[in-house]
Design a protein around this ligand. Structure first.
Ligand code: PLP
Length: 387
């Protein structure tokens, strides 16, 4: 084992079971390990490097801002933060943005806004947040409570109270739970990412969105993984014809630098006042400058390309030998394989393709601008690994 791997094993906390690969460089959707072996990157850092590794436009935006000012705190105005908030609002119809550094923090903000809104409009006892079974909302104690998977909870009790989990795609069940509790908010992922790339049914999402609107319950859509062009729309909720009260996002928005955002609709834009929430690094000018170059390029043309590439992957893999089913939307794709997903991943890695898993599936989250030839090459290798 190389020196770096040994040092990492000795000194980095044991929370990650890393693959035996050290990535040293890359460009676009191709990365190279310590031995110079090339891999096609079908994971993009878990859906983070939206335009690939060391993308020129993103890199130039980041370097330019680094040379001006890297951080000033939220005591002062900086241009990238203001411009990014404006761009996100213009592209979504949302009214205000709170910036943080991660998905969990974006969700924390969303939950705080929903609870304050409910307390002010209905009473402090209206604090329950309904989330879905098998969901994933983050690793902080509150977002773990929101995460509807018991195995994440066991060792860390007590978690933040006030979270109740409903079954996905059972609108009547969710509505009954919401009525049985004093409910502040309903929070969903339109596609459960960590839960196994499970796409929520359109009818379910529309029914609970209508119910939330009627009952003045805040609808939060967690777009940490599905957002920023990933599903072939700027945000996944746009595939469902709904208008959420709050959208949280992170991962791909920063193109590789830490950035989270809670987008607030007109209903909740003024819920947070001075001192109600904050973040030292939130809205960091370098992260925001990078994000501006990412969001600015996720236009109709790019989204159409994402949908087109998605169709290519689906048609190549659906019905292929060793493939039970393919799920997902856009370039967020889950493959249920006959062989264990870990085995398929290992084979892909040997043959120069880096993939992810999600529960028992192989998961693909390639860069949105992955060249078609490289995507075809990767899919061929994945397909043969499934056999
Ligand atoms: C990754 C993820 C999170 C957590 O994001 P972090 O940046 O790791 O805190 C939350 N929600 C969803 C849907 C995610 O995929």
């Amino acid at each position: 084992m190389s020196e770096i791997k040994l040092i990492d094993k000795q000194y980095v906390a044991n929370t990650y079971n890393r693959f035996d690969v050290q990535i040293v460089s890359g460009h676009g959707s191709e990365v190279y390990d310590e031995n110079g072996k090339r891999y096609i990157d079908m994971g993009s850092g878990i859906g983070v490097t939206s335009f690939g590794i060391a993308d020129e436009e993103w890199k130039n935006a980041v370097i330019d801002q680094l040379g001006r000012v890297q951080h000033m705190s939220n005591l002062y105005y900086t241009e990238p933060c203001a411009r990014l908030a404006k761009l996100l609002c213009e592209r979504t119809g949302m009214k205000k943005v709170f910036f943080s550094n991660s998905g969990a923090e974006a969700n924390e903000c969303a939950i705080k806004v929903a609870r304050k809104y409910a307390a002010e409009h209905k009473g402090a006892e209206y604090s329950t947040v309904i989330t879905l079974e098998n969901s994933f909302h983050g690793r902080t104690l509150t977002t773990l409570a929101a995460t509807g998977q018991e195995h994440y909870h066991e060792l860390f009790q007590p978690l933040t109270p006030g979270f109740v989990h409903a079954k996905a795609n059972d609108a009547e069940g969710l509505i009954a739970l919401a009525k049985a509790n004093k409910t502040a908010a309903i929070m969903i992922e339109c596609i459960q990412g960590e839960g196994g790339v499970l796409v929520l049914e359109r009818d379910f999402v529309q029914k609970i969105a209508d119910f939330a609107k009627k009952e003045d319950i805040i609808l939060i859509v967690d777009e940490v993984q599905t957002g920023n062009g990933r599903t072939g729309e700027l945000y996944a909720y746009m595939n469902y014809g709904i208008s959420p009260d709050i959208v949280s996002t992170a991962k791909g928005i920063g193109g590789g630098l830490p950035l989270g955002a809670a987008l607030l609709s007109e209903k909740v834009e003024d819920v947070l006042g001075y001192g109600d929430h904050g973040s030292t690094f939130g809205g960091n000018p370098v992260s925001c400058a990078g994000a501006l170059s990412i969001i600015g390029r996720i236009d109709d043309k790019l989204l159409a390309e994402v949908r087109e590439k998605s169709a290519t992957v689906f048609s190549a893999l659906e019905g292929a030998e060793g493939v039970e089913s393919v799920s997902g939307m856009g370039l967020m794709i889950g493959i249920k394989t006959v062989k264990p997903a870990a085995e398929v991943l290992k084979k892909c890695m040997e043959n120069g393709v880096l993939c992810l898993t999600a529960k028992d599936k192989v998961r693909l989250l390639p860069a949105l601008n992955i060249p078609k030839e490289i995507l075809t090459e990767a899919v061929k290798i994945i397909k043969s690994a499934c056999k």
